[in-house]
Write a protein that binds this ligand. Structure first.
Ligand code: PGA
Length: 238
């Protein structure tokens, strides 16, 4: 698979800041595998550019009486190709269960979106040697009843590495990516692309990118600074 760089802007930047940001990334965003995930209200300003645009989340429903929600059908209809599903911040702050995550993946696929399923263990789970079990449960439940995984990728994002500046060792990332691929291979019989996310930045990207089993990265904090994101993007995509 071709590698990807996904920039998750989360709930950041005012309208003026977003305009400046778009101006800056114009210089280096010349690649469809470079995907920006802006706050949903800014999405239209990122469309029709040489890079791709993704949605940070989608609803499980296509349309109807769901005030404030973001319809996967509307997302697809505006020209978006990707969506994140099950980011740990959604799971934590909005109580998204694996069951909801599963419905969101189905909603994304039903609307022809490419879905990036985010999974990862907490520090407690890691310290109690429960990482593999946690990831396995998230994969089994998240991918339940989904047979065609050709438009699904997994982003391995250890919760304790998100926004903290602390990342697992490269051996660890490699071993976990292999474990994720093995699990999906056993339950679905496919080789799923695995991205890494959690404190990816301009200083660690060379090493992360050298891990054979990693098909790209999800960048949060460092993506808010165009000059930092540029380095990450160039290492992975040229
Ligand atoms: P981070 O965020 O790069 O700030 O750790 C990554 C993410 O949440 O996807």
């Amino acid at each position: 698979m071709e590698k990807i760089v996904a920039a998750n802007l989360k709930m950041n930047m005012t309208f003026n800041e977003i305009q400046e940001y778009i101006e800056k990334i114009k210089e280096y965003g010349n690649n469809k595998n470079f995907i920006v995930f802006p706050t949903s209200m800014y999405i239209p300003y990122f469309l029709n550019k040489p890079y791709s645009v993704g949605s940070q989340d989608i609803d499980i429903n296509d349309a109807g009486e769901f005030t404030g929600a973001l319809s996967p059908k509307q997302v697809a209809s505006i020209g978006i190709k990707y969506t994140l599903v099950g980011h740990s911040e959604r799971r934590k702050h909005y109580n998204e269960t694996d069951e909801v995550v599963n419905k969101k993946i189905q909603a994304g696929l039903r609307n022809n979106l490419k879905v990036i399923l985010c999974i990862g263990e907490s520090l407690d789970e890691r310290n109690n040697n429960q990482t593999k079990e946690k990831l396995k449960n998230q994969l089994i439940n998240g991918l339940k009843d989904i047979n065609d995984l050709s438009n699904v990728m997994v982003a391995y994002e250890p919760i304790w590495a998100i926004g903290t500046g602390i990342i697992p060792t490269y051996q660890d990332i490699k071993a976990t990516a292999i474990a994720i691929k093995e699990i999906v291979n056993i339950i679905k019989n496919v080789d799923i692309p695995v991205l890494y996310g959690g404190s990816v930045n301009e200083t660690n990207i060379d090493n992360i990118n050298s891990i054979e089993e990693i098909s790209g990265v999800l960048v949060g904090t460092a993506s808010l600074k165009p000059e930092r994101l540029k380095i990450v993007k160039e290492v992975v995509l040229g």
